[in-house]
Design a protein around this ligand. Structure first.
Ligand code: URA
Length: 188
């Protein structure tokens, strides 16, 4: 099984009710052998329409954040906790997250990233620890399932509260240093 086969399977998914309201499954994009993987929360309106993660306003900011540390979508992999848009962009329900998480687990198992960066509270609480406090713990590395993992603030949160951008920039520099220390692909 490779990532393309997994994607084909995922595009047919009907494991939860979100399949009834989605326009597209948003499986993920990027390098199948990425050393760095980003995990967002779930598709919004534009992502649902285009079938690609982070293509709306928050996605534009994510691209700018990546560029600050010499990354772009071709060098990393971006996926979401849930692959289908929750109606009106509500938080994904626990049962939707549980139904969807095997897709993400299989993506991680195939890509085998060296590091995972959760974008925002929802992804961090699901993927790192249920009681993860993004305001206190962002930018700190932890090891999860043998993979270096951290959470940074979600770009949508940074759009809502630009005063937090300097902290996010510090976190990106922590990520950049780890890439220099542990990754072997070329990043500049
Ligand atoms: N927010 C997310 O968490 N994921 C997307 O794909 C878009 C916005």
């Amino acid at each position: 099984m490779d990532l393309e086969e997994l994607k084909r399977e995922c595009l047919d998914c009907s494991r939860c009710g979100l399949c009834q309201t989605r326009s597209n499954v948003v499986f993920g994009v990027g390098a199948p052998d990425a050393e760095v993987m980003f995990i967002g929360e779930g598709p919004g309106e534009q992502e649902d329409l285009q079938g690609e993660p982070f293509v709306g306003r928050a996605g534009k900011l994510l691209d700018d954040m990546l560029e600050l540390i010499d990354l772009d979508r071709s060098k990393i992999y971006i996926a979401n906790m849930v692959k289908c848009r929750p109606p009106k962009n509500r938080d994904p329900l626990p049962e939707e997250q549980s139904a969807c998480s095997p897709w993400l687990e299989r993506q991680i198992a195939l890509i085998r990233p060296k590091m995972i960066v959760c974008l925002g509270r929802i992804a961090a609480m699901r993927y790192i620890r249920e009681d993860f406090k993004i305001s206190r713990e962002h930018g700190q590395w932890t090891v999860k399932n043998g993979i270096m993992t951290m959470a940074i603030m979600h770009p949508a949160a940074l759009l809502r509260d630009p005063r937090r951008r300097p902290e996010a920039f510090e976190d990106l520099k922590v990520l950049q240093q780890a890439i220099r220390d542990y990754c072997t692909h070329t990043y500049d």
